[in-house]
Write a protein that binds this ligand. Structure first.
Ligand code: ADP
Ligand code: MG
Length: 695
């Protein structure tokens, strides 16, 4: 065997079954096995005496079984008492077979590895990894730390360990096999170990390295590989971006454009902020070039992104191209429809609406209008692109609240509207600010514009964190608020997975609030209502025929009713901070004060208390995201709904934040001086499925 790109099937002991199971773990070639790294380690290099054990430790112990008991039905389980010269510990097995029952007998000498817990009745290990000892002095310690790998059903730690050993042995035999693609200057700069040494260290760390150091990522070998993984991801996105730029795009130029722009801006009831003007300039420059624009506009909730996207639409329309606007929810799509219909009323074109719910003749008519160009702007949900919609000449795709869509959806969209080697421009918008360092990995296939200024006159939203016990007080407050002629949102949240439960909770809350507030007009909106019904409720709320809108998190994005200045969020501790910030952004949109009451269930954990405190103390989405990142993992900041979030094998965006700064310059250097390393690096870390050539 002479290279690492051959199938793992060539290793000894790998049959069809194992091949299939390895494939499930993404392990196809030998190199995949080498880069399948342990996610934790066990220290079996020393034996602990029972008296020295403390709760929470993972430890290797030896001793003699004193007695064994099988608990009666209901609490079925096998319990052993084991002692050494210093103390005793209980071993508990909830599942056991006849063989185990047979060997675990009083008098038997065993060694156990497991997590120690302190219980009311003393020390305990549940399901320890145990071995029968033939001799009291037998050496049962390992010379190296024991790696624990991510597994899949049917594949054991031991089987995987053996395969990894075989793969590593191949590399030992031929040191040419494992090629170090990271540029030397990076290795030097961080004093990184060589690739071979890093790999060996991680699969079989010697006892000098502590488990704690490995687990906290504080080991050069780990840093070395985390760096390589981050670099590979960054490179792959950059390649995608470079490829996208190879396409042609329509130039939105036209002699009437300046007049149309002036008319458009004059017709607005406000003046654009400096930040909006700056971003519009960036968009204009993109759209007058013959390369497709790939721009992300990041701006906090309420910063006025919609009008900026409408400006881009104006450029496209004025040059005779069609525009598609995609929103993550029907509610938001409908709101865009209203806005765009007003803004483009004087244009000689049709603004149309298309979701999965639009059916029959109306649908036919719209599809026809798109095909022959009568419809200039089409607004809808992702159904817009899943269906066989044909455009006459699509020039611009606008994607709102892109955090709700994944990277893959974003990529797939780019192929829509392609004609020959010409692709539409693409503008994506998000109100979910992610810290700059993360943006570099998440969005390095896009150019980023930031609207870092809110329209004038906005007052900060006053946020309070209160326990649910004070519900009656909150209800009083709603009463007096409504008497003043203002409107209120009441948001019911539940755990993400259960939309049904969330809707039921909202229904119940609406009923209770209707009873508690006889003078207040209460209505309900949730995700399981029909589109038309949602629209009727939203319109009624907008026109102040409703005082209090009880809602689920469907109103998270986009909804804009300036007179609603009070929001109550139930169980805020269940949501991510960025999502809460989004929700809260529904208020504070008009004149007058605005308030957000975060009404939590007691007791509240310390971390939850801190997180809600962040929200109370800041109205700045970027600050909130940064702080949230410090307190929690990056996956949570990006939100579980963000299907586009990258899953790293070993890199950890919080732990390895210090590396992120250096990725970009080193990637730059690779593009200029050693582009040949891109493909192998990406194959190694992202799987060999994509072609990274033609950069
Ligand atoms: P978001 O960035 O959250 O999508 P929107 O585009 O919905 O924000 O804008 C929020 C509100 O601010 C809307 O009512 C919009 O009309 C208004 N708005 C946008 N730009 C300005 C501005 N420059 N001055 C005043 N109001 C503005
Ligand atoms: Mg918006």
């Amino acid at each position: 065997m002479n290279d690492l790109s051959q199938s793992v099937g060539n290793l000894s002991g790998v049959g069809a079954q194992t091949l299939y199971r390895l494939d499930k773990l993404g392990i196809r070639v030998i190199s995949d096995l080498i880069f399948h790294l342990p996610y934790r380690y066990e220290d079996r290099t020393r034996v602990y005496v029972i008296a020295s054990l403390m709760s929470g430790m993972h430890a290797l112990i030896t001793g003699r079984i004193e007695y064994v008991d099988v608990l009666p039905r209901g609490r079925k389980g096998l319990v052993c008492k084991m002692t050494d010269d210093t103390g005793e510990i209980t071993l508990r097995f909830f599942h056991f077979n006849a063989y185990q029952h047979n060997v675990l007998k009083p008098g038997t000498l065993i060694s156990c590895f497991g997590e120690v817990r302190q219980t009311f009745s003393g020390l305990e290990m549940t399901h320890p990894d145990y071995r029968i000892m033939t001799h009291p002095d037998a050496d049962i310690t390992e010379s190296r730390l024991t790696p624990v790998y991510p597994l899949t059903e049917g594949l054991s730690q031991n089987a995987l360990r053996k395969l990894v050993k075989q793969a590593l042995h191949l590399c030992e035999l031929n040191s040419q096999l494992l090629i170090d693609w990271v540029p030397e200057q990076a290795l030097k700069r961080f004093a990184f170990p060589t690739l071979a040494s890093a790999i060996n260290t991680l699969h079989a760390p010697d006892e000098m390295i502590s488990v704690d150091a490995l687990q906290s990522g504080n080991v050069p070998a780990l840093k070395r590989l985390a760096f390589e993984e981050l670099l590979a991801h960054h490179l792959s996105l950059r390649v995608t971006r470079n490829k996208a730029r190879k396409w042609q795009a329509p130039r939105f130029t036209n002699k009437d454009q300046p007049t149309l722009i002036t008319q458009f801006l004059d017709s607005l009831p406000f003046k654009l902020t400096g930040a909006q003007q700056r971003v519009i300039k960036e968009i204009s420059a993109d759209c007058s070039s013959s390369q497709p624009m790939l721009r992300l506009v990041q701006g906090d909730v309420g910063s006025g992104k919609t009008i900026v996207s409408a400006y881009a639409a104006l450029l496209a329309l004025s040059a005779g191209y069609q525009v598609a606007v995609m929103a993550p929810t029907e509610l938001l799509a409908e709101q865009h429809l209203r806005n765009f219909s007003v803004w483009f009323a004087s244009f000689n074109t049709q603004v149309a609406f298309l979701t999965g719910q639009v059916k029959g003749n109306i649908r036919k008519e719209i599809l026809q209008g798109l095909a022959d160009g009568v419809v200039g702007i089409i607004i809808g949900t992702h159904a817009l692109f899943q269906e066989s919609v044909n455009f006459k000449n699509l020039g611009l795709i606008i994607i709102d609240e892109q955090h709700r869509f994944g990277v893959n959806q974003r990529m797939a969209l780019r192929e829509k509207g392609q004609q020959g080697n010409v692709r539409p421009h693409q503008l994506v918008m998000t109100a979910t600010p992610i810290p700059r360092t993360l943006a570099m990995l998440q969005y390095s296939d896009l150019d980023v514009s930031i609207i870092d200024e809110l329209p004038p006159g906005r007052k900060p939203i006053v946020t309070s964190v209160i326990p649910a016990e004070r519900r009656a007080e909150v209800i009083d407050r709603i009463n007096s608020w409504v008497e003043k002629g203002r409107q209120v949102y009441w948001v019911c949240t539940l755990i993400e997975e259960s939309e049904v439960l969330e809707c039921e909770a909202a229904e119940k809350t609406a009923e209770l609030l209707t009873l508690a507030l006889p003078k207040v007009k209460v209505a309900l909106i949730h995700g399981r209502m029909k589109s038309v019904d949602k629209e009727i409720v939203m319109q009624a709320f907008k026109h102040h025929q409703i005082d209090l809108l009880v809602a689920t998190t469907v109103i998270e994005v986009g909804v804009d009713v300036p007179n609603a200045g009070l929001m109550v969020i139930e169980n805020p501790e269940r949501l991510g901070l960025s999502q809460l910030h989004q929700l809260r952004g529904r208020v504070g949109r008009g004149e007058g004060d605005s308030y957000c009451l975060l009404m939590y269930q007691t007791p509240l954990s310390e971390v939850a208390r801190q997180r809600l405190g962040i929200l109370r103390d800041s109205n700045d989405g970027f600050v909130i995201a940064e702080k949230d990142l410090e307190l929690r993992g990056p996956g949570e900041v990006m939100g579980t709904r963000q299907t586009g979030a990258i899953n790293f094998r070993i890199a950890d965006l919080v732990r390895d934040a210090d590396l992120l700064e250096t990725i970009q310059p080193i990637a730059e250097e690779i593009f200029t001086n050693s582009p040949h390393v891109i493909q192998p690096l990406c194959d190694r870390w992202l799987g060999a499925s994509t072609d990274y050539a033609e950069v």
